[in-house]
Design a protein around this ligand. Structure first.
Ligand SMILES: Nc1nc2c(ncn2[C@@H]2O[C@H](COP(=O)(O)OP(=O)(O)OP(=O)(O)O)[C@@H](O)[C@H]2O)c(=O)[nH]1
Ligand SMILES: C[S@@+](CC[C@H](N)C(=O)[O-])C[C@H]1O[C@@H](n2cnc3c(N)ncnc32)[C@H](O)[C@@H]1O
Ligand code: SF4
Ligand code: SF4
Length: 323
C-alpha cells in the first residue's frame, strides 16, 4: 500500500534476533548490550503470521536481519516456510558472513534468494579490531560459498569509517572488478553508538573521488529494493553501489518498514516511534485487527529522517534495529 506521501511500501526488514556473534564498533558498545529475554522475542510462528498478512498489503520483499540472523536456531526451517508464502517474491538476508561457510548451502536449499554480507576491511588484525574478535577468513569463505551455491547477486556492505578503512576503498573496488559481486559503500549513520562518531563520517562524493568514479552516470537498472545507487564501470564483473544516507538521503523513495526482534513495528530507521505488534499478536487480535495496525503505521510513516540536524533519540543501538 501507499503511505500518505504516495510512497509504495513493499519491503519489510525483519530483525529475527538482537543477538550477535560480533560486536562491531559502530554498531554495539564494547560491553555488548543486554539481550532481550527469549519470551519477549517474536516466535517464528508469530513472524510467519505477520509475513503472510503483510503480503495482503502488497509487501513482496522480505529481508531477515538482526543482530546476526544466522545465530538464531530454527532459521533454515523458517526460511523453508516463508519462501513458500504466495506473494513473497524476494527473500533475502543481511549477515556478517561468519556462519555462511557452513550454512549457505542449506539456506539456498530452503529457498533464500540472496545475501548481503558486511565486510569493512581485508586485514585480519583490523577486522578483529573493528568487530572486536571476528575472523575475517570466515567471511571470505562465506562470500565464496554464497557465490558457489548461487545466493546471487551477492552484495557486500562496506561501512566507510574515516580513520579506519578509507585507504582500503581501492581494494574493495578491485573485488567488484574481478568478481560478480555488488560492492556497496555506506555512509556511517549517527545511530546508537555511532551517534558520537560523526567525525568518522565520509560523504559519498569523497569516496567517489578516491575511487575515481565521480564521472560515471548512475545505473538506470534496479539491482534490488534498497537505497543503493549503482555505477557499472567498464570491464567490471560486478557493480559498485553507494548508500548516501546522510549526504543525499533517499527518504522520498523509501519503500520499507521494519519489524524489531521484540515485535515493534518501526516505520523509520531513525525515528524512535514504534508500534507494539507483539502485544497485539499476544492479546488475541484477529487478522483484520493486525492489518489495521499495519495500515495505520504505514500511513503515518515519517516523511524523512533528521540525522543531519538532530541528535540520536531513543535507546536502541543499530543491532537492535536491524540496520
Ligand atoms: N537511512 C537508511 N539506511 C538504510 C535503509 N535501509 C537500509 N539502509 C542501510 O543500507 C545498508 C544496506 O542494507 P541491506 O540490509 O544490505 O539491504 P538493502 O540495501 O536495503 O537491500 P538490497 O538493495 O535489496 O540488496 C545498511 O547499512 C542499512 O542500514 C533505510 O531505509 N534508511
Ligand atoms: C545491523 S547489521 C545486522 C545484520 C548483520 N549482523 C550484518 O552485520 O550484516 C546491518 C547492516 O547495518 C550496518 N550498520 C551498522 N551500524 C551502522 C551505522 N552506524 N551506519 C551505517 N551502517 C551501519 C552494518 O554494517 C550492516 O551492513
Ligand atoms: S553490524 Fe552486524 S555483525 Fe556487527 S555488531 Fe552489528 S549486528 Fe553484529
Ligand atoms: S531514514 Fe527513514 S524515511 Fe529515510 S529511507 Fe530510511 S527508513 Fe525511509
Amino acid at each position: 500500500m501507499q503511505d500518505q506521501f504516495q510512497r509504495r511500501i513493499e519491503y519489510l526488514r525483519i530483525s529475527i534476533t538482537d543477538r550477535c556473534n560480533l560486536r562491531c564498533q559502530y554498531c554495539m558498545p564494547a560491553t555488548g548490550v543486554q539481550w532481550i529475554p527469549h519470551e519477549d522475542i517474536l516466535s517464528f510462528e508469530e513472524i510467519y503470521r505477520l509475513v503472510k498478512l503483510s503480503t495482503h498489503l502488497g509487501f513482496k520483499r522480505f529481508r531477515l536481519t538482526g543482530g546476526e540472523p544466522l545465530v538464531r536456531k530454527g532459521l533454515v526451517d523458517f526460511i523453508s516456510q516463508v519462501s513458500q508464502v504466495p506473494g513473497v517474491e524476494d527473500l533475502m538476508l543481511t549477515t556478517n558472513g561468519i556462519l555462511l561457510p557452513e550454512m549457505a548451502f542449506d539456506l539456498k536449499a530452503a529457498g533464500l534468494n540472496r545475501v548481503n554480507i558486511s565486510l569493512d576491511t581485508f586485514d585480519p588484525d583490523r577486522f578483529r579490531e573493528i568487530t572486536r574478535g571476528g575472523d575475517v577468513n570466515k567471511v571470505f569463505q562465506g562470500i565464496a560459498r554464497s557465490l558457489e551455491v548461487d545466493l546471487k547477486p551477492v552484495k557486500l556492505n562496506v561501512v566507510v569509517v574515516r580513520d579506519f578503512n578509507l585507504h582500503e576503498l581501492p581494494k574493495f573496488l578491485e573485488l567488484a572488478q574481478k568478481y560478480p559481486i555488488h560492492v556497496r559503500f555506506i555512509e556511517l549513520m549517527p545511530i546508537g553508538v555511532s551517534s558520537d562518531q560523526r567525525n568518522e563520517f565520509v560523504p559519498i562524493a569523497e569516496m567517489k573521488e578516491i575511487l575515481g568514479l565521480q564521472g560515471l552516470e548512475p545505473e538506470k537498472k534496479e539491482f534490488g529494493g534498497g537505497p543503493a545507487e549503482y555505477v557499472s564501470p567498464e570491464g567490471f564483473q560486478g557493480n559498485v553501489g553507494f548508500i548516501s544516507a546522510l549526504s543525499r538521503h533517499f527518504c522520498s523513495t523509501c519503500n520499507r518498514m521494519r519489524l524489531t526482534a521484540d515485535g515493534k513495528l518501526r516505520p523509520c530507521l531513525h525515528s524512535p516511534k514504534e508500534v507494539d505488534l507483539r502485544q497485539a499478536l499476544r492479546n488475541g487480535s484477529t487478522d483484520e485487527e493486525l492489518l489495521q495496525i499495519l495500515e495505520q503505521a504505514i500511513w503515518n510513516k515519517p516523511a524523512e529522517h533528521h540525522m543531519n540536524e538532530e541528535a540520536w533519540q531513543g535507546n536502541r543501538v543499530m543491532s537492535q534495529i536491524g540496520g
